[in-house]
Design a protein around this ligand. Structure first.
Ligand code: F3S
Length: 391
């Protein structure tokens, strides 16, 4: 293993026990998946924050590092946790869950991780520049940062992203090298996404076709940053690749596959809405301010049905701006619930067989179908809002 002098000091424990343990974890990854080397990073983004997902063992892992003096060496942000810290009652949180979740957040803050609680850290000040090496967990943010922002990160897990934050290093793996990021399959796309749900669905279908390969998408007109965010989230939900390419001058040496309308339609049909929704969920990944403005516009002078929970999730930084602009008030007055810090998937919200979840996110549809017996449906944003309000 080729280590610098500082890295050897970290490994000896000269910079504290938490740093030593983190180095051990990173070196094991570098040994198994990488080039036997570490790389300096500019930022980390840590997932595995919700008590629902990590349970007691995850909490103890974080506590051990915090109590062994761990402190971040680079900018580090947190993924969503199990509830909105200002409105925990909306998420069926019991006392034990509340206490343990708050403890996770407290320990991470103690180590210097910023309490961003969002899967869109790039809206919350953790904004990598092209060419930056970073260590991010949270698949949608990883795909977005690699494919849209031009940063270099592997798909870290929560523990390795935290270890990276505490050492300022990540294992050098193929995703951190130009040759490891070459497109491996060309995907000719004969489908024009019209709304966010379509963009997410396209990413999801592409990921399903070749789940381990880096695709070069041909025939896709680069959309807005928000559209690319949904493309990234959908792709990250069905693929294990670290990124996609939209444009690449040198082309691609791998095979060619085609994705057409009928293929996208058949996945969409699986998530058709056949009953009235009881929960409408928007904001996976967390909504931008631009999205919230347009949702508020749609909800103006409308009322959310009494038998529907309309949940819209965003980051706390965007939420604060939405409050200042009056956007939050419009949503609240309509009966919609604008929440921050969490989402439907990482919260312990109770959903039963009789519930029907309508969402415009392929990622939420994908994960919700594995974690609940509720019926899952995918619809465009307009449709989601239309179904949520009184006619
Ligand atoms: Fe974010 Fe939750 Fe979706 S963490 S990407 S809103 S599943």
């Amino acid at each position: 293993m080729r280590l610098t002098r500082t890295e050897r000091m970290m490994l000896r424990g000269d910079m504290g026990e938490a740093c030593r343990r983190s180095m051990e974890l990173l070196l094991a990854i570098a040994d198994a998946y990488g080039y036997g080397k570490l790389i300096k990073i500019r930022s980390a983004h840590i997932s595995g924050i919700s008590y629902k997902n990590i349970g007691d063992s995850g909490l103890e892992f974080i506590r051990d590092l915090a109590e062994s003096g761990g402190f971040v060496r680079v900018k580090a942000t947190m993924n969503p946790c199990g509830f909105d810290l200002d409105k925990p009652w909306l998420f069926d949180v019991d006392e034990e869950f509340y206490k343990k979740q708050m403890e996770i957040v407290r320990l991470l803050k103690l180590m210097g991780v910023e309490e961003t609680l969002t899967c869109t850290p790039y809206y919350a000040g953790n904004n990598p520049r092209e060419g930056d090496h970073i260590a991010w967990a949270e698949s949608s943010a990883v795909i977005y940062s690699n494919s849209v922002l031009g940063a270099y990160t592997d798909r870290e897990g929560g523990p390795s992203a935290l270890a990276a934050a505490l050492t300022g290093r990540a294992a050098l793996t193929p995703a951190h090298t130009d040759e490891g990021r070459m497109p491996e399959v060309k995907v000719k796309v004969h489908y024009k996404p019209r709304d966010y749900a379509d963009w997410g669905l396209l990413g999801y279908v592409v990921g399903m076709r070749e789940p381990r390969l880096i695709p070069l998408l041909e025939g896709v007109k680069a959309g807005s940053r928000d559209e690319l965010k949904y493309l990234s989230a959908g792709f990250g939900a069905s693929s294990s690749a670290p990124m996609f390419w939209l444009k690449r001058g040198e082309g691609c040496e791998g095979g060619v596959i085609e994705v057409d309308v009928s293929e996208v339609k058949s996945v969409r049909e699986k998530w058709s809405l056949t009953r009235r929704p009881t929960v409408v969920f928007i904001g996976c990944p967390h909504c931008s301010l631009k999205e919230l403005r347009s949702i508020a516009e749609e909800l103006k002078e409308k009322k959310v049905r009494r038998d529907v929970k309309l949940l819209i999730s965003t980051s706390r930084s965007v939420y604060e701006r939405a409050v200042k602009e009056g956007v939050e008030e419009v949503i609240r007055r309509s009966g919609g619930l604008l929440v921050k810090d969490t989402c439907l998937i990482v919260s312990p919200m109770r959903l039963s067989k009789s519930d029907v979840i309508l969402t415009d996110s392929a990622k939420t549809a994908h994960y919700a179908q594995t974690m609940t017996r509720a019926m899952i449906a995918l619809g465009g944003r307009r449709r989601c809002l239309r179904e949520a309000v009184e006619s």
